[in-house]
Design a binder for this molecule. Structure first.
Ligand code: MN
Length: 482
């Protein structure tokens, strides 16, 4: 299980009795966190930091434990921050600075100097906050009594983001084929992606997959078909075409497992040895948290896997999508988002139907795909682009809506949404910011989650929402010369 270490700061100036109390209070808090957050993370207390050596030992443990997704620190007493410098220099995990106290209320009748020296986070956490700021260490501060619901919710959100960052740092991304010819926004610097986010992005010939495919047995295809028909409605009579996709998914399963890969990209321009563009195979895999990017888009493949990991355990849907076409009725503008095939099944509001229809691109046989209407609710749309010297995340608030009318002739799954604050400003801001046509839409994650991810990974973030104004658009205009 994922582990979150809890490190409490003090010093030896106040005597052993004080340090015993610090350790006892820290244990009570640890037990409380485990009781409240135990379903998603195990909180483990490390020895109280009383000097540079204990700090180095604690934060080395945090950094080297593969099960550890992050660390939460808190200064029960004053803890001179020079003691923290060398330890913090070794920290390689997401950091939460919990600004709290063991006590909620002040004991006005009995408070004395001993109490004040023991419970001085107001003092110690400022000293500690300074050294984090001075050392430019990305971190999240959560302030308030540790038992309060809002504080617990913020710690819980940090755990989700830290889990996603930890996942990201171990993520391997496979590209079958290269980036789609001539397309700019889906491309990017894979070396920089690994430096910033840990993604090991590597190329594999599609022939590697075809070879595995050729070894897939009829029984394995039968089992996959069983899975499809148990979850989805078989609308087509072209069962062989669906079995072809089932074979792709079985082969992909094996390929991903053999190579420890959590996200992959393909392209319709490189399907040598495949009869169809993978459709339902990708849709079903995305529903299981596997990242996918079409047209060789390795960034959205990896980023969607990371965001699905962040959303794990939450209500709502998270997945890859493409901006496609608009309803521009004045004042009621809506976007229809979809893809030519590969819309994650996660977005299904209706029971998906399996159908086999022409694709009109790529020159292959008609692919089997899942078709459904999309979920509704408040959500976000997030993307990542390569600006040449840094990555940029763009996060827009959206409202996913029910499609106003059925679209019986549209042969792909779809979602629809309304932009904020309105169509004119919301979409213009996205264009000015250089936002891609590939993105991740989520009704499970919030802007705050993305902001925390951006902060902890040191990524530029542009947000678009109800507070975005016409005047903000000018600020997003890029310098005209390079
Ligand atoms: Mn696309």
């Amino acid at each position: 299980m994922d582990k979150l270490y809890f490190v409490v700061g003090s010093q030896d100036l106040y005597g052993d009795e004080c340090l015993r109390q610090v350790a006892a209070d820290a244990q009570v808090m640890t037990d409380f966190f485990n009781q409240k957050l135990g379903a998603k993370v195990k909180v483990e207390l490390l020895p109280t930091v009383v000097n540079s050596e204990t700090c180095i030992a604690d934060l080395r443990k945090v950094s080297c434990d593969d099960e550890c997704i992050g660390v939460m620190t808190w200064m029960h007493t004053f803890s001179p921050a020079k003691m923290w410098i060398k330890g913090l220099q070794e920290l390689r995990k997401p950091l939460l600075h919990l600004h709290t106290q063991a006590n909620e209320k002040l004991p006005y009748d009995s408070i004395d100097m001993d109490f004040m020296n023991l419970n001085q986070a107001a003092h110690g956490d400022r000293e500690y906050g300074f050294i984090l700021a001075r050392m430019r260490i990305p971190h999240q501060v959560v302030a308030g009594f540790y038992q309060h619901e809002d504080v617990l919710a913020k710690i819980s959100a940090f755990v989700d983001v830290a889990r996603a960052i930890n996942f990201s740092r171990h993520l391997k991304v496979a590209s079958f084929g290269n980036n789609m010819r001539e397309v700019a926004v889906t491309d990017g610097d894979r070396v920089e992606s690994q430096i910033c986010y840990g993604w090991e992005c590597n190329y594999y010939p599609i022939g590697d997959l075809v070879k595995i495919m050729q070894g897939v047995s009829e029984a394995e295809v039968d089992a996959k078909m069983e899975e499809y028909t148990s979850k989805y409605t078989m609308k087509t009579t072209k069962v062989e075409a669906v079995r072809e996709q089932a074979k792709y998914e079985v082969a992909l399963d094996k390929f991903l497992a053999q190579n420890g890969i959590g996200a992959f990209a393909d392209t319709f321009q490189d399907l040598y040895g495949l009869k169809q563009l993978p459709g339902i195979a990708c849709q079903n895999l995305m529903g299981k948290g596997i990242g996918f990017g079409p047209e060789g888009d390795y960034k959205i493949s990896a980023f969607s896997a990371v965001l699905m990991k962040m959303a794990e355990g939450r209500e709502g849907a998270t997945g890859f999508i493409e901006d496609y076409t608009y309803d521009l009725t004045s004042g009621q503008e809506l976007e229809l988002a979809s893809h030519m095939l590969e819309v994650p099944v996660t977005f299904a509001a209706t029971k998906p139907e399996i159908d086999v229809l022409p694709l009109g691109i790529g020159g292959k046989e008609d692919p089997a795909r899942l078709i459904f209407d999309g979920v509704q609710g408040e959500g976000i749309q997030v993307t990542m682009v390569d600006m040449g010297d840094h990555f940029r995340i763009i996060c827009a608030d959206i409202e996913l809506v029910k499609q106003p009318k059925p679209m019986p002739k549209l042969p792909v799954a779809r979602i629809m949404y309304r932009h904020k604050p309105n169509f004119a400003i919301g979409t213009a801001a996205w264009c000015y910011a250089g936002g891609a046509h590939h993105s991740v839409v989520s009704t499970a994650l919030t802007r705050a989650d993305i902001a925390l991810f951006a902060k902890l990974t040191g990524t530029e973030l542009i947000v678009i929402g109800d507070e975005t104004t016409e005047a903000d658009l000018d600020k997003l205009t890029a310098p005209c010369c390079r």
